[in-house]
Design a protein around this ligand. Structure first.
Ligand code: GLU
Length: 489
């Protein structure tokens, strides 16, 4: 029976194995667990499952912590490291040995491999045959004291079923005959995942286990241990998988899978968090709007308020890059400039770029660009002309609007006129340009397009006269006059 827990006593954990960076699936599991903890006012625990010493590394742990921090996921307890908790696992194994639910297995790796190969050849599912079950405890102790090494296996009942109620998948039943006597403790004293996860979830008093559906088939092995230890079951909630657009499990083949590579692509964390939250979870009725499609943009506070295990989808979610790009533009657009600035500054740091304009000027410029940004990357590439004097001119824009030398000459002269403009505001800069075009008998549009390229390096930009005021008189004069050199470069 599941525990009867008051909701505010909930304890959930994220338990990554540091054998790789924080990937999208892991981040989504972490986010759901975190949202659930915050929604219920419970506790979110971080536990690093690093008992695979060969594949785990500190670098990966740091990568995971960085990824969580970037997503704004904080933890109340931990990080706990399983590698520092080995005595707990040995103690748990002893309990299982004493109560007759586990036994020592002296089969060597070679023997096991040979039997596995023979079974596979005969077309049978390779499964441990339980031959060491019959070794008496006293004999096992004696053999170990004489220097033999042994693993400890769980004694799975031969018949019957192991069942649990999953908060997402409902009643799950597994025939015990299909489960082999799995290893709890390896002969080198290192616990397997099956043992350490149960020992820790019990010791850390977890009430809910939220994790990927790839762990569903591991769950009966864990349920059997809870039962053997006389412990109540936590509530399991298995979250369906994340698939790539071709409906196969999301993997490197589909592009980036590490969370931090999305940061490197210029995705803002709130956008990624909102996108992830709706990857396999839906607020249901709460997202319905009377006058349009369901809402998809939710602040973190809203997500926390609305999150429930009931909203977790039963079918796999598809990772849609276009959707993520949409979230990113929406979030960048909606940010208060002062909140967006640190993210832009981080982007500049990564790109080794130093703006020369003042903070106030930059803050005044951001609203002009937010509407057009697709990612933070734009602020370290196409938008550089707004933040300093070093920027590249898009060759296609040059070709399109400045291939006529007469236009370039006109723009240089226009620059001179701007130098003596007394009040440099939008109406006056515009009037001056239009009067100048009439005087020269050229189209104002041709000058506007050319000036845009010289001032911003791009063929598209916010309204030219807004851009002029934002850049300031001196810069405008200089860039228009320097057109020839810019083109020659
Ligand atoms: N260390 C396991 C993993 O990363 C944790 C599974 C669990 O949450 O029980 O997949």
């Amino acid at each position: 029976m599941p525990m009867n827990t008051a909701l505010h006593d909930t304890r959930v954990r994220f338990a990554p194995s540091p054998t790789g960076y924080l990937h999208v699936g892991g981040a989504r599991t972490a986010l759901f667990s975190w949202l659930f903890a915050r929604h219920t006012g419970g506790t979110f625990v971080l536990r690093i499952e690093d008992t695979d010493f060969e594949r785990s590394s500190e670098e990966m742990v740091n990568g995971i912590l960085d990824g969580l921090r970037w997503l704004g996921i904080d933890w109340d307890e931990g990080p706990f490291y399983q590698s520092q908790r080995l005595p707990l696992y040995t103690a748990t194994v002893h309990k299982l040995l004493e109560s007759g639910h586990a036994y020592h297995c002296f089969c060597t790796r070679e023997e096991l491999e040979l039997r596995r190969a023979t079974a596979a050849e005969a077309g049978k599912t390779p499964r441990y045959d339980g031959r060491c079950r019959t070794i008496e405890a006293a004999e096992a102790t004696q053999r170990i004291s004489q220097g033999e090494t042994a693993a400890v296996r769980f004694m799975v009942p031969r018949d019957g079923v192991t069942a649990f109620d999953d908060a997402v998948f409902g009643r799950m039943e597994f025939a015990n005959a299909e489960l082999e006597d799995f290893v709890l403790l390896r002969s080198d004293g290192i616990p397997t995942y099956h043992l350490s996860v149960v020992a820790d979830d019990l010791d850390m008093r977890m009430t809910h286990i939220i994790r990927g559906a790839d762990h569903l088939s591991n769950t009966p092995k864990q349920v059997l241990q809870y039962q053997a230890l006389g412990a109540p079951l936590p509530i399991f909630a298995h979250v369906p998988l994340i698939l790539g657009p071709d409906k196969t499990r999301l993997s490197k083949r589909h592009g980036a899978t590490s969370v931090m590579s999305y940061k490197d692509m210029g995705i803002v964390p709130e956008a990624f968090r909102n996108f992830l939250a709706l990857l396999g979870w839906s607020p249901g009725e709460l997202a319905k709007q009377a006058d349009g499609p369901d809402r998809e943009l939710f602040s973190t506070d809203e997500l926390v308020r609305m999150f429930s295990l009931d909203g977790i989808a039963h079918s796999n979610a598809v990772f849609n890059n276009d959707k993520l790009a949409w979230y990113n533009t929406e979030y960048i657009r909606a940010y208060d400039p002062a909140r967006l600035l640190p993210l832009i500054e981080e982007e500049w740091r990564q790109a080794n770029y130093k703006p020369t304009r003042s903070r106030d000027e930059i803050l005044a410029t951001i609203p002009l660009l937010q509407q057009r940004a697709r990612s933070l990357k734009d602020f370290s590439s196409t938008f550089l002309a707004y933040f300093g004097d070093k920027f590249e001119v898009d060759p296609a824009a040059l070709q399109k609007f400045l291939s006529n030398p007469a236009v370039v000459d006109h723009l240089a002269e226009l620059g001179q006129r701007y130098a003596s403009l007394e009040v440099f505001d939008e109406p006056r800069t515009e009037q001056l340009l239009r009067d100048f075009a009439a005087e020269k008998g050229v189209k104002a549009g041709a000058l506007i397009n050319g000036a845009r390229v010289l001032l911003t390096g791009q063929s598209v930009a916010p309204s030219l006269f807004t851009v002029m005021v934002c850049l300031g008189q001196q810069r405008v004069v200089h860039r228009l006059q320097a057109g020839k050199q810019a083109i020659a470069l």
